[in-house]
Design a protein around this ligand. Structure first.
Ligand SMILES: [Zn+2]
Length: 280
């Protein structure tokens, strides 16, 4: 498994699943439309993956997003239906030791994306990857410090404050190149300063979409989560990236899709369609 993009090997890293309210995941879209592809449980929740990627090449090991982690209480895990593996154990099973990770890219600080950043050790919480620089957008970090009542439940300081204590937190601002051909790009509709990873390849790029387009079912422009702070911004940002991907055959990675890690899409009229699924 895995995929070669230029100098880099890209592999999917599955950190587990969570279940979220189906209505919240599809915003204004009626259940009669979304339930066909995303059947809800008796509590109206749908199953979502928490999928990161590992990018290796040129001496770097870059991990993008880390799942929910294992610090949540039994009550918390029940509400969100969390079944999570710690990212260090997932990487070890892939043959990668925690201290080999050079960069951890955190798309944003919602718990299902950054919970695995830190772990309990004795009576403290420490970074899961001891030698990594943890890259987070400055505006996202500032927002996490002062969330609104609407999104406060998604932010937990134990997931990121310990990174500051060890000096591993690196706040970045806007589009940043980690190394040639590997960039962080930003979108603000889901939450301010969400970052996605883009690898520029000789034939096609690979884009890790984070929560801009969480699953294949969210390809239609109006299929935007109710969690998004600025849904109209999400729609505009989505259209730019999906048009580019459809035109140039870029590979799109879907963090929350329970069935498919990645796909190449086409555009027919106003609709985006999967041309082929891609294994990672
Ligand atoms: Zn999410």
């Amino acid at each position: 498994m895995g995929l070669k993009i230029g100098d880099f090997d890209v592999r999917s890293a599955m950190f587990g699943t969570l279940t979220l309210d189906g209505g919240a995941m599809f915003g204004v879209v009626p259940k009669v439309l979304w339930e066909k592809t995303n059947p809800a449980d008796e509590r109206n929740r749908i199953t979502l993956a928490t999928r990161g990627i590992v990018v290796r090449g040129r001496g770097l090991t870059i991990l993008v997003d880390v799942g929910s982690g294992d610090k949540g209480s039994a009550k918390f895990n029940d509400i969100y239906g969390i079944d999570a593996k710690r990212p260090d154990t997932v990487l070890q099973a892939m043959g990668i030791e925690p201290d080999e990770v050079t960069h951890v890219v955190i798309s944003h600080l919602h718990f299902d994306h950054c919970g695995g950043s830190t772990m309990v050790q004795g009576d403290t919480v420490v970074p899961t990857f001891p030698k990594a620089r943890y890259l987070i957008q400055k505006r996202q970090y500032a927002h996490a410090m002062h969330p609104t009542p609407r999104d406060r439940a998604s932010f937990m300081p134990a997931n990121y404050e310990p990174l500051e204590a060890t000096g591993q937190l690196e706040l970045v601002d806007g589009v940043v190149e980690i190394t040639k051909d590997v960039s962080l790009i930003v979108s603000d509709g889901h939450t301010v300063g969400q970052q996605m990873l883009r690898i520029h390849g000789p034939e096609r790029d690979l884009i890790y979409l984070a929560d801009l387009v969480p699953t294949v079912s969210h390809l239609p422009i109006p299929y935007v989560m109710a969690y998004d702070m600025y849904p109209v911004t999400t729609m505009e940002e989505k259209q730019i990236i999906l048009d580019d991907a459809a035109e140039n055959g870029h590979i799109l990675v879907f963090e929350h899709d329970p069935f498919h890690a990645a796909a190449i899409i086409t555009k027919e009229g106003r609709n985006y369609k999967v041309k082929e699924f891609v294994d990672l």
